[in-house]
Write a protein that binds this ligand. Structure first.
Ligand SMILES: [Zn+2]
Ligand SMILES: [Zn+2]
Length: 158
């Protein structure tokens, strides 16, 4: 499982995913573009229980969002690298930045979302599932991931 270890740029924050992600987003929304300074963000959704902190203590930074939904980005306090997000203040779910994995190539996005604001030169791969805005979880998530998410949300408050 070494492919699921990762960390920030300075090495203070190190983490490990103890299970494969539930689902992986490539998000082309303007919030993500602004926050990363890039064309899109890669988020691996996983139960907080499956995100094991090996060292460091990421700090939550509250973001302004276009949607008005809460979004906290957790960053290394030393170098500022964003390692994961909490979208919607759901303590049981984390959105891990795939680019901070030691082997980001081990994870491929399941869906491309908010392609309405995709930069025109970015080409979504043939056959990839893509959505102008968002998608229906019940249709797109594997049954096993839906079950895992349900279990996690029932276990944790919020
Ligand atoms: Zn750091
Ligand atoms: Zn986004």
């Amino acid at each position: 499982m070494s492919s699921y270890e990762g960390g920030c740029a300075c090495g203070t924050v190190r983490y490990r995913l103890t299970a494969p992600p539930l689902f992986v987003h490539c998000c082309h929304c303007h919030d993500c573009q602004r926050q990363t300074g890039s064309a899109f963000v890669l988020n691996a959704l996983i139960e907080t229980d499956c995100l094991e902190l090996l060292s460091g203590a990421p700090e939550a930074h509250e973001m302004r969002t276009d949607s008005g939904r809460p979004h906290d980005i957790h960053r290394c306090p030393a170098c500022g690298t964003a390692v994961w997000s909490d979208y919607g203040r759901r303590p049981y779910l984390r959105f891990v930045r795939v680019g901070t994995l030691d082997h980001p190539e081990s994870i491929t996005p399941d869906v491309h979302i908010f392609t309405r604001s995709k930069l025109p030169w970015v080409r979504v791969p043939d056959g990839a599932r893509s959505f102008d805005v968002f998608y229906d979880m019940k249709k797109e998530w594997p049954a096993e991931s839906q079950e895992r998410r349900k279990r996690a949300s029932e276990k944790a408050p919020g």
